[in-house]
Design a protein around this ligand. Sequence first.
Ligand code: BES
Ligand code: MN
Ligand code: ZN
Length: 514
Amino acid sequence: MTALTISTSSAATLRADAVVIGVAKGDKGPVVTPGAEAVDKAFDGKLAAVLETLGASGGEGEVTKLHAPSGLKAPVVLAVGLGEAPAKGDGFGAETLRRAAGSAARALAGSKKGAFALPVGSAEDAAAVAEGALLGAYAFNAYRTSGGANSKAGGKKKDDKKAPLAEVTLLGGKPRDKAFKAAVERATALAAEVHRARDLINTPSNDLTPKSFAAATQAAAKEFGLKAEVMDEKALTKGGYGGLMGVGQGSANPPRLVRLAWTHPKAKKTVALVGKGITYDSGGISLKPAGHNETMKCDMSGAAAVFATVVAAARLGLQVNVTGWLALAENMPSGTATRPGDVLSMYGGKTVEVLNTDAEGRLVLADAITRACEEKPDTIVDVATLTGAMVLALGNRTFGIMANDEAYRTAIHEIADEVGEQSWPMPMPAELRKGMDSPVADIANMGERMGGGLVAGLFLKEFVADGITWAHLDIAGPAFHEGAPYGYTPKGGTGSSVRTLVRLIERTAAGDLA
Ligand code: BES
Ligand code: MN
Ligand code: ZN
């Protein structure tokens, strides 16, 4: 990953390939933001005027590259737009800084070292710049051959094919300040774990199978002092995990259930995180048509987020127990696949009539949720690319939050806001439950089409043990980004929900959450 250093040097004297400064929208044209004083001085105080001449407005995400004047060590100045200048005394806000730093880092792909002289008034601001820059400095080049990330041809490639910016130097903070140091260290660990999730999501399904995914958790467990337990198809059959086995039985790559645990000797709370890990969702016998299956390697994004969050808990040494449950299976059609109309006997004994094999996520999650509840965690949060209906409702950048506890749902929504992830609380209308009544089994895996995302949530709720606070995040929209990159969000796997989950367990550790 990109290296992060902090420096007390002046932006004028630091050796770097580019100095990043901020430009905001002022009343009378672009204004240069605090942190850029030394750079402005090298332009004889005319930097804002120069930027205006070049057509810069200071709009969010706008990037303007300038040849540096002789007074600067770096050959390039990169001005990144921060949007409307805040009222006097106010800062720009963490998400604005994060996105601006991300846009700048992306624009510097292929370069070695970028010095970030953005407006940082607090440790929190510095962390936002660090996080944004590191998250923006991402590329998934594992499958490129000729002219790969580090080839000489790198300079002529499109930004997303170049090697990411190799080194970020943060200017303007207080390197000796404890809060500053801690905030920047946290940002580094967090970015590394978001990248872990992104890499897994981007890895094609021919390489990322339930088995190889489980092996990756075992390797990380060794590295970070976690406990990983993997149940293979034999153990799952023996244990009665009908959901996982039913979904996975059509595939040549059999399912796995991973329990990945971080424990702290002084922990007062235990959070269980359950992730949907469908390494490929073809739909099964209820096959998805072309146009709906090209990105379905992303259907394990929930499990990737859970995996990354448990490792983050270890990296940060959080005083809370976090148990990750990864429900891994591949949903394929074949002569051994579950048929529409089949009845599965789930872990714990409930029976489910499978009306649509493409509603597979809820089946693997139901097994994992039931199993997770046996350990009586204080709270349980599942994360899943569960329904297209949630994407229709909330769009591509916002995940839905459902819960059996309104305060918990609200808390998660606020936490997501805080870390810069868009989310929205969704209801669980009780009348939608009867649509899942089955003539042969306890419940069917499909109900009314209207409110499909809520129906899926209601299905999962049936498997949560009484008395356990539970929330469900449907990240089907934001998990995989198909549009042009923006801010710190790349094309492909985004790592959606990792930052929310990490903050959630931090808050649980601090004792200010259920
Ligand atoms: N993995 C899909 C949901 C999905 C859709 C994720 C788009 C990411 C982007 C899920 O397994 C699925 O197929 N859901 C069905 C459920 C339906 C058959 C009840 C859906 O949403 O259409
Ligand atoms: Mn599906
Ligand atoms: Zn799916």
